[in-house]
Design a protein. Sequence first.
Lengths: 280, 415, 309
Amino acid sequence: MTQGQLDRLKRAMWVLSLSILAIPFVFPFLWMVSSGFKSATEIFGQPSLVPRIWRWTNFVEVFEYQPFAQQYFNSLYIAGLVTVLTLILSSLAGYALARMRFAGAGLLMLFLVSALMVPEEVTIIPNFFLMRWLGLMDTHGPLVLLPVFGPHGVMATFLMRQYFVALPKELEEAGRMDGLSRLGIWWKIALPMSRPALAAVAIITFLFSWNLFLEPLVFISSLEKFTLPLALANFTDAYGLPLWHLQLAATSLAVVPILIVYLIAQRQIIESFAMSGVKG
Amino acid sequence: MRKALKSLTVSTLALSLATGYAMAEDLRFTVWTGNEAHLDMLNGIADGFEAKHPGTTVTFETIPAGDYVQKLTFQLAGGNPPDLGWMFEDSMPTFVAAGAVEPLTDTLENAEAYDLADFSDPAMSLWKEDGEIFGVPFSTSPFMVFYNKDMFDAAGLEDPLTLAEKGEWTLEKFRDVAKALTKPEERFWGFEFKDGQGYDTRIMHAVMPPIRAYGGNGWSNGECGFEKAEAVEAVEMLHQMVFEDKSIVPPGEQGDYFSGSSAMTINQISRASKMPEAGFEWGIAPLPSGPAGEAPVIGQAGLVVFAKSDNKERAKQFIAWMTNKKNVEVMAQFFPPARVSVLESDAFTEANALIPPEQMKHVAAAIKEGEVLPSHERAPQILAAMKPRFDALWRADADVEASLKAICDAIRPQL
Amino acid sequence: MATADDTSAMARHTRVPWLTLKRRETIEAWLFVSPTLIGFLIFFLGPLIAVVIYSMSEWNLLSGGQVFVGLANYRDALAENPDFWHVIRNSVIFAMGLVPMNMALALILAIALSRPRRGVVFFRTVFFAPVVTSAVAWAIVWKFLLQGEGGTVNQLLALVGVNGPNWLREPDWAMAAVIVTRVIKMVGLNMILYIAALQSIPRDYEEAARLEGATGWQVFRMVTWPLLAPTTLIIMVITTIGSFKVFDHIYLMTGGGPENGTLVLAFYIYEQAFEFFNVGYASALAMIMFVIVLMLTIVQLLLRQRGAT
């Protein structure tokens, strides 16, 4: 066998083995979408990736079954709001921790870092009573406040700090010469230079909020205030049985747009997760 | 972002408006139905009440059935209590024991032309505690056998209704026909537990009808009944049907009666609404009788006023209004009544467009005789303790008697 | 006008010696961190302290009464309630199944996908896709695929003559199913962390080893693996802690069943607090979870220190 043949064989093996490994990663998505088009009876019939009859009406029924459009919008605007707030707060705090020398900084860091390790399940019970006291039960308030100020917000702060630390000092000094305040430097110099970090925080935060489940489960009770994950889990008939065809149609509607965005911006998105993970 | 803020302000506005109305007695009423026909009917009943009490409004709020008790408890504990609502039979003792629901006896006794005695005694037993009424059943629905007549005809078998009329509808007969109708290679079963959930959320609905027909009970007066001889025999029969006859849809399998995969199931008559689209001839019959004779089982749902409500008196009046004779007749189109006068009227047997009067007679009889499933103030814990042990029972090689004993051992501390 | 000028001048005068540049910087810095810090105190640290207090009370959400009972809830969990140790056992099995499988697969994928060549981007995208997907959607789809005989996975297995088990109805298979589907969901994250680490290893090291006649496996054993050690340690700790936090996956796929076979700590806390409304007992469980995670973190720090020296 020549070297060329050997290389081609190696490559074929590489492609083949990765393709086999990829099956359980791709298959659920394909099956989800295809089953979303099937009828309740066909879904458990002979397995076939292509529905015998394409039931487009499933996708109409999804919206009739519960206020799905409203729930979709809820998830979008909450994730948007959480993202914007997290960006502002984490970059402010991250900037101070990275570029300013102040008494108590070290202690503060240690204090904050401890939060990264504490699961939400530990604090959710007292937060339930806190939110009740604040009159925020069955509102979107907890779904904004807890991600922004909880461990996720701290993680974002550290990510921003990590990036700010590496920025060259000279630019800030130039800014100070021009008479900029600290806030001005943060806004006009530090932030524009930190686009990759901001993008990373934005991406991870958006997805974090978008996929949040425990908090909505505990704090939201009205159908029209549900977020998507809650809504998806709620496709059961009046007696608690899954309505698989509708559930899978709705799940497709929730997942496919995110997947499309992911496919377009996969490099950026994967890098964002890499940035947030490495520092852990 | 701006849109988001806008919607936030709008919802705050809506919130403050809502609290503003609360002053003018807006009654919040939680239900677990999202069905529009149900809600239209409820709103119609509320309209009459609002006309009598100007300034009062009634708003129905749907909470999905699966989360109903949890979300309701959150609202009660979360400082956002509804005024009144529907209540599942198995949650009722918990709410009564926790002091979360209001006594209604005074209001009902003094309500105009109410005739409290018209409610049948067995139907009220669950909703009373120490002589005080805490809830009024609005739906008293017996469990009936639904059967696929086409399948019986094709197999040349007499259907359950015919057998019942002849007095031959027994558990043995039930087992025989179920076995005869099962066609494993085509994935047809003789019988499916209620909604296919007999191994999950409907354990009690699966095992209680035969246990009662054998003369047993799940538990009563703090004593566990599952390990007693009657219950063991009954559950052994079911176990053999699942794993030897293979005539009952087994765990983890889909054999939906309503789409024609099983010849029989047990369910409440509200499920008849699913039948027109099923595409086969069907009928309903009483539960098969056993060594202890006939033992109809009913499921109930009631109306309660929450102790945390700010408008208790008005809410109690609304319950009296909703369950007066006229409105019980109105509700009878969806919810079988507990008022004997309505039950005995022709209006009831003819009220159901889907079920012929001769079958409705069996429904009415079952309501009058039927017993509710065993209940308990610690029902959630009992069910949680039972669930894993029942999982162990539903295995082909399980020792039924030992499993039932294990169930009793697990729930005894709670009883 | 004049007075205003005077006072501000005075103020400036008196302030100057106090407000040194350093102090000014400190105040500004605290202002910058204050929104994050205040929110953190209210929504995180406060609740963390509260949960300690709750854990010492008998408290039912529905009836509302709160009674101080000391350590009774802890005694109940550790010594009286047999469910608790069953739950701990499940959580440990879950972690011991998930962590090694996740890390091994992540490393294999990372090695296969760390060098630039045609197709790498495609495969990376594929293996990472479940990470951006909602855990709820993922659990729903897999629960559907893993139904008993009618389920798609078993129907496909039947095509190749394998009689698949009733995945979510047998305790052991259910545990295996939730572990494997969780690994598939999350392995992409560890894969990219490993890829980043592999790419930061200078190529010369490996080439030098190869020139000395080392086989591929030897290069990996003697060069790559030791250099990956810090990354491996971090990944191990993150993944282990993550495995203790898994809630939605279990909630939706098995609800802790069958036979409590997948009842893990995070789900048990939720169930006790928000389904049985035992606030006190659930808080004690939350504290136990906190201690477990804390210990894991300390072990990690110790290991790191030992690795550094």
